[in-house]
Design a protein around this ligand. Sequence first.
Ligand code: IFM
Length: 453
Amino acid sequence: MSVSLDDFPREFVWGTATAAYQIEGAVDEDGRGPSIWDTFAATDGAISDGATGELADDHYHRYDDDVQLMAGLGLKAYRFSISWPRIQPDGTGAANPAGVDFYRRLATSLLERGITPYATLYHWDLPEALEARGGWLARETADRFAEYARVTVEALGDLVTNWITLNEPWCSAFLGYASGHHAPGKRLGSTASHAAHHLLLAHGGAVEAIRAVSPAARVGITLNLYSVKAASDSAADLDAARRIDGLQNRLFLDPLLLGSYPADVLADLGETDWFASNPASDPVRIAAPLDFLGVNYYSRHTVRAGDSAEPDSANPGSESVEFVDTGAPRTLMDWPIHPEGMLDVLEQAHERQPDLPLFITENGSAYEDVVLGGTVDDEARRDYLEKHVAACAAAVRRGLPLAGYFAWSLMDNFEWAWGYSRRFGLVHVDYETQERTVKKSGRWYSEFLTQKG
Ligand code: IFM
């Protein structure tokens, strides 16, 4: 396989991505309020290794060195997230100056080194005070989010122009409120779809608020999309694929890009009446015009009809669908590796809004890493990266409006319910010493990006 920078337009954006709670640490500093992830991580049994994000990569204190590291690797863009409870410790009201100051220093450090900031407003760390008022099950949380977007962009809009409202609302809704694997750890079956609706409303309100504050802003949202295939051509297996594609992809793509929910998915969920009971203006707010769509692509699902319902499924209403092992190689997350599936999801978005620029805002792999002789020989991760960058090149050749790629992740970090037991970084982090070591995959990415000098 060979892929080169020449396969991409000159203006193609190359970067890495992280998220606040996964790297910052400093959870009690400078007036930050508690988030649902502080509470969840402190809950017995919630995190596989019992860890929390209390220290994580200590990026809050080491951000300048981390930006220097990115610059040294030749990265031109950085997608990070802003911690809502640093800006609004209680989830409402004026911006906390110390919280704003951290992100101003981070954005300034990036700009000084020629790295373009892409800021995500919500990567899962809801202020605990809002969870106490119903979290994403409460419609009011959508209004709070629009207010948070406004105060944040007022404070940072002179430094940051690329804004991503939400990261992976499917995870917030269905891992947070159906399977309970993520904060706030609720297991409410199809009611989780109400959280999805409020997240999408929050996104729409934020788009409007951002544009009102900063006409120069470029605004998008990031979805985790999966290539979904049926295990066979049987009607039952095709229906299983329709259901999972519906819940994971179309439940978000359709309202955002087409202006309405897919009726079959609401019926699968048993929530047709609840969705119909919402104000008729909701679909218009959700479908606010975007400047780009962010796609997080990791894997493909191959599914078939099963006959036993998995309890507390992240796929409520479709609990009996089975995920099939096709023998494809897998990462340490047990996610099958299918670089070609990236084209499926890009096409799926593209066919809904052909002029909308697309970004891969995350793509990466977890593997068992060993530091030996001061280096990490993560050939499997390097290979995954190269194959997915090549899939991006194929997308560009096909004429898809792909505008950028962000590798997940810049460095190893707190992998949510897996704690520190799953490493995704291009840079290894020694959690005892906080030493950073660029892995072979990071060196490959750097050489790829700097091959034209
Ligand atoms: O670490 C996560 C990230 O926060 C969201 N997308 C998937 C990554 C890997 O699981």
